[in-house]
Design a binder for this molecule. Structure first.
Ligand code: HEM
Length: 418
């Protein structure tokens, strides 16, 4: 009997997790209770063919072992029934998957290391720190019209345009392209989360990005700065032969995509977390020097990337269970970030938590987020400016969350400011 009950509990949890991963908004709202039950359940579960890992130590062990657990993956996954696709759609799926598979985060060393080596100079703590004034000026500029209205929709007015302005500035892309980039990024985010359920729109988004990059390359090849990030990418490659246009497009799209929705969502999640914990909001307002540390706690408590995957390249072990070669392992970063074995009173938001930086929201190991310093600085400047500028801000309605699991964040956050 006990075994039957345990099996039923496991099946219930598997179903709940499958619903959560599909981006069901109700499940998302209750995700932390699901994690508690998952932890209590103890053993490792399988959902949609993935082995699910939840413990902080287990997640780090897999991410820290890239030789056994590979990042290379087949992106040609389709969320619906592949038989329903027309030949033209199948061709789109393969082209899109081929393009996505070229990204550094989907490759192992040495390919990954070579790609990362090309651009990491632009994301060092020192380089990023020099961007503080620019980021502050973008925030102030975006908030100027907001001041006059006395209310704002956080995502539309600040959280979305800010990271986009920053990454476009870094890449030398004019602001007039922001609306298109935003629409394309949104489609690619949906494609990732749903296994290309929006195939046609995602493919159009990819073509849009490709066209934009082609234009930029043509423009730059006619002359222009060769010492900035774009120039370095255009001229350099590990073997000195230059990146192909396809590789260059992949790199730039990855930066635009990875550096954008993720930070938008983090800014949104951080403000929601503070407004749901007003004493923490007041603490930050009274002591702005807490802001940098607070961002680590926001990343831990309500991170904007909630899971990552790896595939075992040999028979191995993860979370105390055997993992057969070829098996996919999905790590729930959001759950690991509230592991009571690592964090005291993990459900509580505490912006002065001394070990908040142990979170895994920015990944761990060789693929740890390249834009970590930038994402943190943007969030720090945005959140601390909002808190000091609008100390009485309040939600006017419950935030609406995006129906996505991996890239977690609000669709809209309506605020009364004064
Ligand atoms: C709050 C914002 C962000 C979050 C939560 C986040 C999260 C992550 C995570 C979890 C990974 C590791 C993926 C894996 O191990 O499979 C990653 C990698 C990466 N991130 Fe971020 N990221 C953020 C912002 C940014 C920004 C601003 C940029 C660039 C401008 C960026 C660029 C990248 C790149 C290029 C990689 C791949 C690194 C590699 O494979 O070596 N990210 N990010």
């Amino acid at each position: 009997m006990a075994t039957a009950a345990a099996t039923t509990a496991a099946t219930d949890l598997e179903l709940e997790l499958a619903r959560l991963f599909s981006g069901d908004v109700e499940s998302l709202a209750g995700q932390f209770e699901i994690y508690e039950r998952l932890r209590a359940h103890g053993s490792v579960l399988e959902v949609n063919g993935d082995l699910i890992l939840t413990g902080h130590g287990d997640v780090r062990a897999v991410l820290g072992n890239p030789v056994t657990f590979s990042s290379a993956r087949d992106r040609s996954i389709y969320g619906g029934d592949i038989d329903d696709l027309s030949p033209a759609q199948l061709a789109k799926l393969h082209e899109l998957a081929g393009f996505e598979s070229g990204w550094m985060n989907d490759n192992d060393d040495p390919v990954h290391a070579n790609m990362r080596g090309l651009i990491q100079f632009a994301f060092t703590p020192r380089r990023v720190a020099q961007m503080r004034e620019t980021i502050q000026s973008f925030v102030d500029e975006l908030l100027t019209p907001v001041d006059e209205r006395g209310e704002m929709e956080l995502v539309r007015d600040l959280a979305h345009p800010l990271p986009l302005n920053v990454i476009c500035d870094l890449l030398g892309i004019g602001r007039d392209r922001n609306a298109e980039i935003r629409a394309w990024s949104d489609e690619l985010a949906v494609a990732f989360d749903t296994g290309h359920a929006n195939l046609d729109a995602a493919y159009d988004a990819y073509l849009g990005f490709r066209g934009l990059i082609h234009e930029l390359i043509e423009h730059r090849r006619d002359g222009g700065d060769t010492t900035d990030l774009f120039g370095a990418l255009l001229n350099g490659s590990p073997d000195g032969t230059g990146l192909s246009e396809e590789q260059l497009t992949g790199m730039l799209v990855l930066l635009l995509f990875a550096g954008h929705e993720t930070t938008t969502n983090l800014i949104g999640n951080s403000i929601i977390a503070l407004l749901n914990n007003r004493e923490q909001f007041d603490r930050l307002r009274d002591d702005p020097s807490l802001a940098a540390g607070a961002v680590n706690e926001f990343l831990r408590h309500n991170g904007s990337v909630q899971s990552v995957r790896r595939v075992a390249v040999t028979d191995a072990e993860a979370g105390g269970v055997p993992v057969a070669r070829g098996r996919s392992v999905r790590m729930l970063l959001a759950c690991a970030n509230r592991d009571p074995l690592v964090f005291t009173d993990p459900e509580r938001l505490d912006i002065t938590r001394s070990d908040a930086a142990q979170h895994v929201t920015l990944g761990y190991g060789i693929h740890r987020c390249l834009g970590a310093w930038l994402a943190r600085l943007e969030t720090e400047v945005a959140v601390s400016t909002l808190v000091s500028r609008y100390p009485a801000m309040q939600l006017t309605q419950a935030p609406e969350m995006r129906p996505m699991y991996t890239m977690y964040g609000p669709k809209s956050v309506h605020l009364q400011l004064f």
